[in-house]
Design a protein around this ligand. Structure first.
Ligand code: CMP
Length: 228
């Protein structure tokens, strides 16, 4: 796939004409990161927007003490973007972004991206829609972290993964590659032991099926109703 073809599959660019996509493709540059590489560090300056061509990244914040505690805010996949916050408000990076797999990224510099937003309001609207979804997800996460018990916290993470990477077929959602248990713990704000115990309890109640790194939510609607 060439860059223009790839860019047309990115939701925020999907309404652009092929000529404009060609221009965007020429404005940007490609960068590769190995698994575990730090792409952005929280609090550093930064002005580029990143779009994931291949691979996977985690967006996280770490505690300021020496406990190296980490909260995973989101996991982003091909066609997702990041780095828009410092680009738009001129402040420091709000979180760190780390490659979870070898990843290839497309970078656009601030002024080029701002020109694109001014000249193509459809990109601005698509960007706002994505930011709105992220705000909704963050609201769900705050609710889960502050108000819910262990089951509620784990279920919220599973529902988030179902929305982000799950495939739905006749009411059953399959998450092909569940993150490792310590990563789920960092996403849910709980311990690895709680994740293990809760997943097994969900399986025992017939709410989910575990099959290696695959997880199925047997009835997405029912699960959502129980834990939303
Ligand atoms: P920026 O602050 O420039 O750098 C870190 C990036 O992580 C940020 O832009 C967003 O793209 C992304 N990010 C920060 N918080 C969240 C969140 N809660 N959900 C998804 N992505 C986020």
């Amino acid at each position: 796939m060439d860059n223009t073809e790839f860019l047309s599959s990115v939701p925020i660019f999907s309404e652009l004409s092929s000529n404009t996509l060609q221009k965007v493709s020429e404005l940007g540059s490609l960068r590769s990161y190995s698994k575990n590489a730090v792409i952005l560090s929280e609090e550093e300056d930064g002005s580029a927007l990143f779009v994931i061509i291949s691979g996977k990244v985690k967006v996280c914040r770490t505690s300021n003490d020496n406990s190296s505690k980490e909260v995973i805010l989101s996991i982003l996949n091909p066609s997702d973007f990041f780095g828009e916050m410092a680009l738009l408000d001129g402040l420091n990076r709000s979180a760190s972004v780390i490659a979870q797999e070898d990843s290839k990224l497309f970078l656009i510099q601030r002024n080029d991206f701002l020109d694109l937003l001014y000249e193509h309001p459809e990109v601005s609207v698509a960007l706002l829609q994505e930011l709105t979804q992220r705000l909704r997800a963050a609201t769900m996460k705050i609710k889960a972290l502050s108000l819910k018990d262990a089951e509620g916290k784990v279920a919220t993470v599973l529902l988030q993964l179902a929305d982000d990477v799950g495939k739905i077929k006749r009411g059953v959602v399959e998450i092909e590659k569940l993150p490792f248990q310590h990563e789920l713990a960092n996403m849910a704000g709980t311990s690895r032991e709680t994740i293990s115990r809760t997943l097994h309890s969900f399986a025992k109640k017939g709410l989910v099926e575990l099959d290696g790194s695959k997880l199925r939510i047997i009835s997405y609607e029912k699960f959502k109703e129980l834990f939303h």
